[in-house]
Design a protein around this ligand. Structure first.
Ligand SMILES: O=C(O)CCC(=O)C(=O)O
Length: 313
């Protein structure tokens, strides 16, 4: 084990074997409070909603109603203090230990599962959301910001599913305007292992590990903050297809597109520039291909198509 290692050799071997790990106290209590208060403030003020950063994770966005499952992407763009923590440095060191020295932050996600009515997050593999034209090395670190159990929506995993290929997924109810994807292939759901945690503990999971969180049946909301790290993806076109990604278009993408047209594009580029990995040709190729696809291929479905999507739900 190296001097700076966050994980012991035993923990690393366990991660490689089962595709996930639970780790105690990766985030100190004062930073749990800071991250929690910061994220709750962003959710309460709906910061970034018009820019597409906040959305309902399980339903269509309706600004006149509270979201059923409030969710936010990349909150550091609105609260940079989130990644100026000792916790972030430990998470980065952990990611580098498992993925290699060229691992860096890919994105963040905050998920506030309301008490009593907070819906499930369907079984899925994170790689099912990514372009099939690249090869990836990616993991997520899921931080509990209060104690979590199966009753309020702790992470649950299928051990060893990190060794699977990407299985078939679909949009819940066939509605391609929704954010989640659900795995619709056969897999041994009976092997699911819940990972209960205390506040400040984390789970780490591989991007192919099947995972799920149950509805929150407790009276209080469950807040989680997820850091996603990767190495620059390698372009490998034509190897596989992810048909479930075709035609997906969420309400938050529509808002983001409108914001970009109104001048937000320059702001977005400026926000992302500090984390651009410009010295990595692989990263630059990935970013360029992604940008071209965003401009040319990602379009909202025509109104007629949207109507037929709603009819099938
Ligand atoms: O917290 C949740 O409900 C789901 C989180 C998740 O799917 C992830 O971190 O990849």
């Amino acid at each position: 084990m190296e001097a700076t290692a966050v994980l012991s050799d035993t923990e690393t071997a366990l991660y490689n074997r089962q595709g996930y790990l639970a780790l105690k106290s990766l985030c100190p209590p004062e930073e749990v409070e800071l991250i929690r208060a910061t994220l709750m403030g962003l959710f309460e003020s709906r910061t970034g909603y018009e820019e597409g950063a906040q959305y309902d994770f399980v339903g269509r966005d309706d600004p006149s109603k509270p979201a059923r499952f409030p969710s936010m992407h990349d909150p550091r763009h609105y609260a940079p203090e989130l990644v100026k923590t000792a916790y972030f440095q430990r998470a980065l060191a952990l990611a580098r230990q498992l993925l290699g020295e060229n691992a860096a932050l890919y994105g963040e996600h905050a998920l506030l599962k309301p008490g009593l009515a907070g819906p499930e997050t369907p079984w899925h593999q994170d790689e099912a959301f990514r372009s099939p034209d690249f090869e990836y090395k990616e993991l997520s670190i899921w931080l509990a910001l209060q104690p979590v159990t199966a009753e309020n929506g702790c992470m649950q995993f299928i051990p060893g599913s990190n060794k699977y290929e990407v299985l078939e997924h679909r949009s819940p109810g066939g509605d391609k305007a929704l954010h989640p994807l659900e795995c619709c292939a056969d897999f041994p759901r009976e092997l699911a292992v819940p990972a209960p945690l205390e506040a400040g503990d984390c789970t780490v999971h591989h991007m192919r590990t099947l995972h799920y969180t149950a509805p929150n049946t407790s009276p209080t909301p469950r807040l989680a903050y997820i850091l996603i790290f990767n190495t620059p993806p390698v372009y490998k076109p034509g190897r596989r297809e992810f048909p479930w990604l075709e035609g997906r278009w969420t309400d938050s993408q529509t808002r983001r597109k409108l914001w970009h047209k109104r001048g937000g594009l320059a702001i977005d580029v400026m926000r992302r520039l500090p984390s651009a990995r410009l010295t990595s040709p692989r990263w630059v190729a990935w970013a360029a291909i992604r940008a071209v696809n965003k401009v040319w291929k990602s379009k909202p479905p025509a109104p007629a198509q949207q109507a037929s999507i709603k009819e099938t739900v």
